[in-house]
Design a protein around this ligand. Structure first.
Ligand code: BGC
Length: 534
């Protein structure tokens, strides 16, 4: 899972406040309102669709007005009062704010796409694939033993040794290994050889070189699973693009790389997504945990679905009523379903990404893109003369150099205090910012992060409403959720508004989701009661 991306983790010491309270807002039953036709495109209520379009158009008009160089040159704008500049910033940012109607519309569309992913006939063309994970049993606290885990999915790769003990106690040793950029976009063989080498080094350092231990492999990319230990990579995301891996069984590629070395022996017991790891890790302590969410380098969620809904799952044990589904909702919108809320900045991010046209939802939310989104807005306003007296800097103009961690830092300042904001601006080479500039920069960050939180909330509320259980805990991990000072509260507030009356939920920060979760999936797979029931 992601441990460091876009500077998101560098020396950030801000923690999201934990909120336990939540209420049930006046939710709307999605089944009453969504006109979803199996196999067809999104069927939207005409009124909502029109409202959404109108809002977007209005925002676009304001942008034009705010930065219209035919009425005001950047030099003229630079001379305007602080109040006038603030107004322009707010007008331009209007397009980043989601109205309640737009969020509601998103819930309908997400539900529609989830259903398309789950159903056999629509799955092949669905964007939100809803992959079956083959995980049906949640931990019951009786899992014991020593496990290895591999965690690949962010900028770093981790190897872990986990000892699950009695009373929900566990010991864990881990080591982070960097994945150099040339390996992220090199050949698959190189990538898996690197993983096998790190594993072998780790095993020798931790005195388990000669043991044959069960291993859980957290592989946080869209995987078409064919079983608990078999999965074909659908596509790379998050800056990875290793040749020769798409459509291949990644467990086999790992085994082959280990065999090429011939020095260590392992038993791959499970391959899983980081969302699954997070859910399992939280479920170990909280049996209500039925959704796993990551808002980090990437964005994704998994949830417990009824077996009869998961049409692609050939259930073997009729006693088991549920199966975990990895939604891979990062790809929501790849068919245009998000166009009604996308902005010029989102399109810019996409065009310059390694995977244009893909992971549209993820690109509006996750840590890999959030800082860059803010940077694009800042650049536009600076060049229009609204910010920093029109004076830019080389760093500001360089892609990828406004780190996502800056957004958290800037928003962690007390209102009216710009200490962190000024430090960030200095790092960007912008030393002449006025208090007005700082307030505007903060506002831009707030708009981008709030939109991300609201998009995630629309997804989570849709899953909660679909599951229709009285109480749901959502296990959450990822650098954006963990370090952004307001993300948690923004989510609690928005989800409360969107879920059906009578349902309660809470968001639980996972303790090392992908590491311990991998061990737990492996442990559950070889738990005695489960082996005996086969
Ligand atoms: C991947 C998911 C993963 C998420 C969070 C996305 O890019 O496709 O599999 O769960 O990132 O790491």
């Amino acid at each position: 899972m992601d441990r460091e991306l876009n500077g998101a983790m560098r020396s950030v010491s801000i923690n999201s406040a934990q909120l336990n309270g939540h209420n049930n807002g006046g939710g709307i039953d999605e089944t009453d309102r969504v006109g979803v036709a199996r196999g067809g495109g999104a069927v939207l209520s005409a009124t909502t669709a029109t409202t959404a379009t109108k809002t977007t158009n209005a925002a676009t008009t304001n942008v034009a007005a705010a930065t219209n160089s035919t009425t005001h040159s950047p030099q003229q704008i630079a001379l305007l009062s602080a109040a006038e500049k603030k107004k322009m910033v707010h007008e331009l940012c209007q397009q980043l704010l989601l109205t309640d109607e737009q969020v509601q519309e998103l819930c309908y569309r997400i539900l529609h796409e989830l259903r398309r992913g789950l159903a056999k006939d629509t799955h092949p063309k669905a964007n939100v694939k809803c992959f079956v994970t083959y995980v049906q049993d949640l931990p019951n606290g009786n899992e014991r033993g020593k496990f290895l885990a591999l965690d690949l999915g962010g900028t770093n790769f981790r190897v872990l040794l986990i000892h699950l003990q009695e009373n929900n106690d566990f010991q864990m040793e881990s080591r982070i290994y960097a994945i150099p950029q040339h390996i992220m976009i090199g050949s698959g063989t190189q990538l898996f050889d690197h993983i096998a080498e790190c594993l072998s080094n780790f095993m020798s350092e931790h005195n388990v070189y000669k043991e044959r231990l069960p291993l859980g492999f957290t592989f946080s990319f869209p995987l078409r699973q064919l079983g608990l230990t078999k999965g074909l990579l659908e596509t790379w995301t998050k800056g990875f693009n290793c040749a020769g891996v798409v459509n291949e069984d990644v467990v086999q590629l790992l085994k082959d790389a280990i065999a090429r070395r011939g020095d260590v022996q392992i038993d791959v017991c499970a391959i899983l997504n980081d969302t699954t790891g997070t859910l399992m890790s939280c479920a170990w302590k909280n049996h209500n945990c039925k959704i796993g969410l990551i808002v980090g380098t990437g964005a994704n969620a998994c949830y417990m679905e009824r077996v009869e809904e998961a049409e692609l799952f050939a259930a073997e044990d009729p006693r088991k009523k549920h199966v975990l589904i990895n939604t891979e909702w990062g790809a929501f919108g790849d068919n245009g379903a998000l166009d009604f809320v996308r902005t010029e900045f989102d399109r810019d991010i996409d065009v310059h990404s390694i995977n244009p046209g893909k992971q549209t939802f993820e690109k509006m939310i996750s840590g890999m893109y959030m800082g860059e989104l803010v940077r694009l807005v800042l650049v536009k306003m600076t060049h229009a003369g609204i910010l920093f007296n029109g004076q830019d800097s080389e760093v500001l103009n360089t892609r990828g150099l406004f780190f996502t961690k800056y957004v958290s830092e800037i928003e962690a300042d007390e209102p009216g205090n710009f200490t962190n904001c000024r430090l960030v601006l200095e790092e960007l080479g912008l030393t002449n910012a006025t208090d007005g500039d700082c307030a505007n920069v903060r506002y831009i960050c707030e708009c981008v992060s709030k939109r991300a939180a609201h998009l995630v909330s629309a997804g989570i509320a849709t899953l909660i409403n679909k599951m229709d259980e009285p109480t749901v805990t959502v296990g959450v991990d990822g650098s954006v959720y963990r370090f952004h000072p307001k993300f948690h509260n923004l989510m609690v507030e928005k989800i409360s508004q969107l879920i059906k009356p009578g349902i309660t939920f809470d968001l639980m920060l996972s303790e090392d989701g992908s590491g311990r979760g991998a061990a737990l999936v492996a442990a559950v797979a070889c738990r005695e009661d489960i082996l005996n029931s086969k």
